[in-house]
Write a protein that binds this ligand. Sequence first.
Ligand code: FES
Length: 119
Amino acid sequence: MPKIIFQHPEFEEMEIYAPAGSHRKTVLELAREYKVPIHFDCGDGECGSCVIHVTDADGGPTHMGVHMTDKEKTVLQELGKLTRAELEKVIVNDMPSEWRLACQMIVRDEDIRITYESA
Ligand code: FES
């Protein structure tokens, strides 16, 4: 059961344990279940309002994560969170970026720390 730590500059840190079967749920769905106030508008990977920064629980790079869709990569590039060089690294290493969209990212069996700024 992976631990997810939600962090916001103005709120107290919140720690949840993603329940079994949550591997089909997005970070945004889990956040809403646990009343973590990540702001979102479209809920469908179009607007970028739910952008989050993701590391492992200790602040290092994550090693797992569902791959990014083309839609997510495009929105993150438009937001300036993913440069062309970083995008190439993502593709070559087959690993997701540290910036994700909460409505698109699905949690795997890894403890992670999620920082969000819009609430
Ligand atoms: S809510 Fe619009 S991209 Fe996630």
